[in-house]
Design a protein around this ligand. Structure first.
Ligand code: LLP
Length: 424
């Protein structure tokens, strides 16, 4: 499933001891396994091979250039949602004709940038956005491809913050509006309306919501066909769940088995946009215990990573497994019961925790801990809150490891700031 495992009492990533990397680069730090990234990409590619889909990695999950490059080298396209993500996808060597661009708030300059770069298509989320892309395309004398993102109003049974395909969410067009736009498509003279896009949410563990959403979209596609609107692409989005704790998510094979029958024979080129499935279990956050603080009510392990490094527990109450990087054997004079810890960071917020009430071996200051499943929405959601420096990132490949992002320095904190002359 992933390449983080114990050999004896030491946690390894592929062929490298985690503690060796932590000693060399300091903590906190993110570590990614190239093999796990590649394996997960191949699992989806293999499961869907009969359709020859375009698999666009969702850059928001992990935008490190080396990670993107690993995937681009395997033939992956990229799903981007901002000018910054587009810039990085291109810098990592992704082919423009394999890049799709979603998001409800694309600005005029971002649209122009993507049109100039010649991306495959935009996933359009509203009528005013469609009109703006048409206008920009006209100004740049280009004919631009767009898919309409529909909101199929399906409950994906996941956390409410990562549910996107319900009518009260800001995403996509309602089915009727989308149909009307397709039927009146000739008014957008600089656009080719060539496909449909759905993405109903993230960390979805069962195939049923996907099947329901795809069926709804296919009914629209059939209605359009009957009205002589022929589409070329069907983008079924991302959202495949992974194991963080005790989930039993569908495998890529099971997901494919549930949806392939619906997609085969449509004649449409299928696009997938997995993020978490590829990157989630390919990365960990390594942190060091700074203090053990015992109170009457709780034992806290205060560590050097905080909510600014990994916000998922604070934001979604997300569960990440915590493993000791080196398993220590219990000294004879210690009680047999294993203590429970809250693993908390140094930030001045009560939401600054990585894990709560975890039964772990006795911890001491200086111990290294691995926060598992941190390869997706980990570093990309990190910040400088409390003026903390963003971590470095390491890519492991067999017995070798590479620094793929340097740790920030204090200079980085003030680099873009200006004290007005009258205050000097
Ligand atoms: N396509 C679109 C249009 C998306 O909005 C997303 C994710 C994806 C694909 C990739 O979804 P995935 O395969 O990774 O589930 N920060 C949250 C997740 C937010 C997902 C946003 N959209 C978290 O940490 O759980």
């Amino acid at each position: 499933m992933h390449e983080f495992h114990y050999r004896g009492n030491k946690l390894y990533c592929e062929g490298v001891e985690i503690s060796r990397i932590a000693e060399k680069f300091g903590t906190p730090l993110y570590i990614y396994s190239r093999k796990t990234l590649s394996d997960h990409y191949r699992k989806i590619a293999q499961a869907f091979r009969s359709l020859k889909p375009l698999i666009c990695f969702s850059v928001k999950a992990n935008s490190n250039l080396a990670v993107l490059k690993v995937l681009a080298n395997l033939g992956a396209g990229m799903d981007v949602v901002s000018g910054g993500e587009l810039y990085q996808a291109l810098k990592a060597g992704a082919a423009p004709k394999k890049i799709v661009y979603a998001g409800v708030g694309k600005s005029k300059s971002e649209i122009a940038q993507a049109v100039r770069e010649g991306i495959l298509f935009f996933n359009v989320e509203s009528l005013p956005e469609l009109a703006l892309i048409d206008q920009v395309a006209g100004q740049l004398h280009k004919k631009v491809n767009v898919c309409l993102r529909i909101n199929p109003d399906i409950n994906p049974h996941t956390h409410r913050f990562i549910t996107t395909g319900r009518v009260l969410n800001k995403f996509g067009l309602d089915m009727q509006t989308a149909e009307d736009i397709f039927l009146r498509r000739s008014i957008f003279s600089n656009l080719n309306l060539i496909g449909l896009h759905i993405h109903i949410g993230s960390q979805i563990t069962e195939p049923k919501p996907f099947v329901q959403a795809i069926k709804k979209a296919l009914r629209l596609i059939t209605r359009l066909k009957n009205s002589h609107v022929a589409l070329k692409y069907f983008n079924i989005g991302g959202g495949l769940g992974i194991v963080y704790h005790r989930e039993h998510p569908q495998t890529a094979k099971e997901f494919a088995a549930a949806v392939l029958g619906l997609l085969q024979g449509t004649g449409l080129k299928v696009i997938l946009e997995p993020g978490r499935f590829i990157a989630g279990n390919s990365g960990i956050l390594v942190t060091r215990v700074v203090y053990i603080k015992k109170t009457e009510h709780k034992d806290f392990a205060i560590v050097d990573a905080g909510m600014n490094d990994l916000i998922r527990p604070a934001l979604y109450d997300a569960y990440h497994e915590i493993l000791p990087v080196i398993k220590t054997s219990r000294p004879a004079d210690q009680p047999t019961s294993r203590p429970k810890y809250d693993i908390v960071g140094p930030i001045c917020e009560s939401a600054d925790f990585l894990a709560k009430d975890r039964i772990l071996p006795n911890l001491q200051a200086g111990n290294l801990l691995a926060v598992m499943g941190a390869g997706a929405y980990g570093f990309t959601m990190s910040s400088n809150y409390n003026s903390r420096l963003r971590t470095c990132e390491i890519l492991v490949e067999g017995k070798r490891f590479f620094l793929v992002r340097k740790r920030e320095t204090y200079r980085d904190l003030i680099r873009q700031q200006i004290i007005p002359r009258n205050l000097r």
